[in-house]
Design a protein around this ligand. Structure first.
Ligand code: B16
Ligand code: MG
Length: 214
């Protein structure tokens, strides 16, 4: 029986995933190579520094920790520039209603994003009060696919993992949810998110009535 729903942010509530891609692509171009959408899938859900490690591996470049920090900061400045222009209308269709319907039905709702910018984003979207708990990249030591972020959300909500349902668009996020002992709705394609309990194309397609069938 599902008593709590835990939402990822980037790619599940809003398309910040696209802004991450644009910023990483710009950095990749500066490093002399082209970041494809396929390679970008590996960056979804993982931390900023781990994303940079993947970029450097793709580029075949080795850097010092200090140089890595400078590049990660540079990418983040570009990402924040895109994000600062976001407006509530960018929330994916049906998502706000889904969250409201879940809460009206007595289901607890949390946000669990690996992003250190998650709080800024939810404030810009005016949804910071829509969650019973918020966990972001500033509160965890290990990012997805480690289950830490979802287990922390479960603790904050006071609902055991077996009664939590995660919504995730990233392969690393689906793995993290399953490792936490939670059911998971994958947002995207079966090919990428086959380990999820169920896969749908868009978050807004899900309804409260489906909770009893999952
Ligand atoms: P930041 P999520 C994740 O957010 C993104 O999917 C991932 O691409 C990004 O690298 C990570 O946040 C860290 O973001 O650089 O803003 O701290 O999908 O877990 O909501
Ligand atoms: Mg995501």
């Amino acid at each position: 029986m599902v008593k709590a729903c835990i939402f990822d942010l980037d790619g599940v509530i809003v398309d910040t995933a696209h802004y991450h891609f644009l910023a990483w692509k710009r950095l990749a171009n500066e490093l002399g190579f082209n970041l494809t959408e396929t390679d970008n899938e590996r960056l979804k859900g993982v931390s900023r520094l781990q994303s940079l490690e993947i970029i450097l591996e793709l580029a075949g470049i080795t850097l010092s920790d200090h140089e890595k920090e400078l590049l990660a900061n540079k990418k983040n400045t570009w990402f924040v520039d895109y994000v600062e222009r976001m407006v509530p209308e960018e929330i994916f269709p049906g998502v706000r209603k889904l969250i409201q319907d879940l809460r009206s039905a007595g289901i607890k709702v949390a946000l669990a994003s690996s992003s250190k910018n998650a709080k800024t984003v939810i404030q810009l979207l005016h949804i910071q009060n829509d969650f019973d708990a918020v966990v972001d990249g500033t509160m965890i030591a290990h990012s997805k696919p480690d289950p830490e972020i979802f287990l922390l959300a479960s603790t904050k909500l006071g609902i055991p993992p077996s009664e939590c349902l995660v919504f995730e668009d990233a392969e690393a996020g689906v793995e993290a949810a399953r490792a936490a002992g939670m059911k998971c709705v994958g947002i995207g394609s079966h090919d990428q998110l086959g380990k999820a309990t169920k896969v749908i194309a868009k978050t807004g397609e899900f309804t409260v009535a489906e909770l009893s069938r999952i």
